[in-house]
Design a protein around this ligand. Sequence first.
Ligand code: ADP
Ligand code: MG
Length: 216
Amino acid sequence: MVTVALDADFFHRWMSAVSAAVDREAQRLTELDSAIGDADHGSNLRRGFAAAVASLDEERPDTPGAVLALAGRRLISTVGGASGPLYGTLLRRAGKALGDAGTVDAARLREALRTGVDAVAQLGSAAPGDKTMLDALYPAVEALGESGEDFEAARGAAEEGASATVPMLARRGRASYLGERSIGHQDPGATSSALLFAALADTAGAVASGDDGEAA
Ligand code: ADP
Ligand code: MG
């Protein structure tokens, strides 16, 4: 369990971990998007998170809120596809919800993520069950639990949420143009949302084990 306060460095490392995961899984994300979209989800997110991390490395924002807000802005400005504005909104709104606190606890992070996910739903006029990233994001935020520290449960819930999109009929985004033919394929955005929460669990796990690159 992480009982320490989460600082700007934690959020910076989380975003770097997302970028590395997206890089590793880019081909898979694009393959999923080629089945029910336009085969650009992997390259979209790779470009967006690489730009976000480059800006974080350069500007080194000193609060958790500022880290997420900057990453969100960069996603919006560098990704042409739907996922850029959607993930960008998630991070920007979560960042705004964290305010200018120098450190935040996990419960506050959970609340901020909930605010961000609600903003994604509003921007995309989507709801759980529409076969979008929301089908991984909502269960993951719920699974963080009362303390907000159930990072491993959130990782699992996001993965299950992504798998659960396979039999769904897409009602939003490009996949919805396929109607019934969208059934039987996993949603690319829900799959990348699982990477976001896996990276969060990895980053939190590194803190808990003292392997976070900081002097003990
Ligand atoms: P594009 O669809 O513009 O090519 P991407 O391929 O990068 O963008 O992202 C596609 C993903 O974005 C989908 O798999 C889905 O999870 C998500 N998405 C698309 N439209 C919406 C929406 N209206 N609400 C929520 N998520 C959406
Ligand atoms: Mg696409």
